[in-house]
Write a protein that binds this ligand. Structure first.
Ligand SMILES: [Zn+2]
Length: 143
């Protein structure tokens, strides 16, 4: 089934050769800190297991949980991520990263991580440093 944004929702099961057992991919993602638990309406099946997986990722500060304040009840706080990571040494090394600035008829001043992010047309390839000097700012969805 789909939600009000037309996204497909479901539980994906796969056979793990590591554990010789069927596992829920949703749970795997959450336990590794690649996703947070979210549910809608009265769909609460598997919720206890998923929260348990999330507690594990949380207490081990895995991935999305590695930055304080990044994960919120409603999603992810990009500001919290930026303010907690910009002070590190990553800034100068990332300036030569390739980014894709909005081009063509679009008036957006965002740059993105991939050439066809959000079905963007006419992306302009440049370094992150170049993009920033031209007044582009990082896309909140890509970064
Ligand atoms: Zn983007």
């Amino acid at each position: 089934k789909t939600d009000k944004y037309d996204r497909h929702l479901g539980y994906l099961w796969y056979y793990s050769t590591d554990t010789s057992n069927w596992q829920m991919f949703n749970e795997t993602l959450i336990s590794k800190g690649y996703a947070r638990v979210g549910y809608i309406y009265s769909q609460k099946r598997h919720l206890d297991e998923l929260y348990k997986a999330q507690d594990y990722a949380k207490s081990n500060k895995l991935n999305i949980w590695s930055v304080d304040g990044y994960v919120t009840d409603k999603g992810f706080d990009v500001e919290a991520y930026n303010s907690n990571t910009n002070t590190s040494s990553s800034d100068s090394s990332s300036s030569s990263n390739t980014v894709y600035a909005n081009g063509g008829s679009s008036s957006s001043n965002k740059y993105h991580s991939t050439k066809n992010a959000h079905n963007m047309k006419g992306a302009i390839k440049m370094t992150e440093k170049e993009a920033k000097s031209k007044g582009y700012v990082p896309c909140g969805l890509c970064y």
